[in-house]
Write a protein that binds this ligand. Structure first.
Ligand SMILES: NC(=O)c1ccc[n+]([C@@H]2O[C@H](COP(=O)([O-])OP(=O)(O)OC[C@H]3O[C@@H](n4cnc5c(N)ncnc54)[C@H](OP(=O)(O)O)[C@@H]3O)[C@@H](O)[C@H]2O)c1
Length: 159
């Protein structure tokens, strides 16, 4: 069991625009699905609202301080980070922190590895960005081409 951050960023560190992903790359969606399926995906309420339906074959953990999340199979709403972390040891699955920015920031101290897809764009009008220093203390271990001009890099803590 590991706590893993997974994110796609453009050349300027943008991750979102108007509450959605500012691009559509099937190679990255396929990679995201293959990587996270059968595991746990922790997300913020805004990211949850950007999904058409719960991520299938994954436990969807939605963090909210007060919003009502409709009950449905495969979805758990929790009120704080600690509640999510206290579940983790009992799940015997990897916990993928899937965003958005608020959730990446909240879980930064616990994230053991980052999986970062570099998107070859500079999105105009993006409104959500990764913290500039999110990879401080991490070192790249491996990079892979995903297709569609995308590269994914796996980072591990170096200190
Ligand atoms: N490129 C990528 O890989 C990627 C990945 C994910 C998301 N995104 C994009 O990022 C944007 C959304 O990011 P965001 O930062 O605005 O929102 P977010 O992190 O998805 O959600 C924020 C919400 O999560 C809840 N929350 C945050 N911290 C919490 C805590 N410590 N405890 C309990 N609840 C907490 C709050 O919900 P309440 O207001 O309900 O209390 C808060 O309003 C969208 O554009 C999305 O498409 C991009």
């Amino acid at each position: 069991m590991a706590i893993i951050g997974i994110v796609a960023v453009d050349r300027n560190g943008a991750i979102g625009k108007g509450g959605r992903l500012p691009w559509h790359y099937s190679a990255d969606l396929k990679f995201f699905k293959e990587t996270t399926t059968e595991n746990v995906c922790v997300m913020g309420r805004r990211t949850w609202e950007s999904l058409p339906k719960p991520l299938p074959n994954r436990l969807n953990v939605v963090l909210t301080r007060g919003a009502q999340i409709a009950e449905q199979p495969g979805v758990v709403a929790l009120g704080d980070k600690q509640s999510a972390l206290s579940l983790a040891p009992y799940l015997s699955r990897d916990v993928f922190v899937i965003g958005g920015r608020q959730i990446f920031e909240a879980f930064a101290p616990e994230i053991e590895c980052w999986i970062v897809t570099e998107v070859p764009l500079a999105v105009e009008g993006a409104d959500t960005f990764m913290p500039t220093d999110f990879l401080r203390g991490f070192a790249p271990r491996e990079s892979r081409l995903l297709g569609d001009g995308l590269t994914v890099t796996f980072y591990e803590r170096s200190r």
